[in-house]
Design a protein around this ligand. Structure first.
Ligand SMILES: [Zn+2]
Length: 191
């Protein structure tokens, strides 16, 4: 029996996280050392598009974890834990995470997929993952409405001599003579 067939049987042909029956596919849980049914879940299209660590999460959709996290299947527990971890700015997700008890082995597996703090919070990175430092020059990769200043910073605008902030996703720079906060994901470091 193929992995997908095993999973279809295990899940009764439903997404193992939200119960949807649309666009079901096998998802191998990273890091993928072993490709087998024990290390994979069956997930619908909507769930799968949000698995990437960089993807935006639709918090309402993930209320489904309230049910699915109680599964006895370790692979599903691992995905539920990782998603709740990413949602931990939501009070309800934090509450669920507090209740979700994982066996030690499963806990280790769950944590293996989470980027370390150092990757995530200490350095500012541009849209390509290049590290940004104070004094760097960056280019905007999309038009940005500057709230409060009443203008649009055009794609391609060059911002010189940026400064870093406490938030790694925000830098400050001068555009049209106004000092504004820019999101690093909309920037490209100039060479
Ligand atoms: Zn789903």
């Amino acid at each position: 029996m193929s992995i997908e067939q095993t999973l279809l049987q295990r899940s009764n042909s439903k997404c193992e996280l939200c119960g949807s029956e649309s666009e079901l596919k096998t998802y191998d849980i990273p890091p993928v050392d072993i490709a087998d049914a024990e290390h994979a879940i069956l997930a619908c299209g909507n769930c799968r598009t949000q698995f990437d660590v960089g993807a935006d999460l639709d918090a309402n959709h993930w209320r489904c974890l309230n049910d699915s996290m109680w599964t006895p299947i370790p692979a599903v527990q691992v995905m539920a834990w990782r998603l709740l971890k990413r949602l931990d700015s939501e009070g309800w997700a934090q509450d669920l995470l507090d209740m979700l008890y994982l066996e030690e082995e499963v806990q280790t597996w769950a944590e293996a997929g989470v980027p370390t703090e150092a990757d995530d919070t200490v350095t500012s990175k541009d849209s390509n993952g290049a590290t940004l430092l104070a004094g760097d020059t960056v280019t905007l990769i999309k038009d940005l409405d500057v709230k409060g200043a009443g203008f649009t910073a055009k794609r391609g605008t060059v911002v010189k001599n940026i400064s870093l902030t406490n938030n790694p996703e925000h830098i400050e720079g001068r555009v049209n003579g106004t000092r504004i906060v820019l999101l690093t994901k909309f920037l490209k470091k100039a060479n």
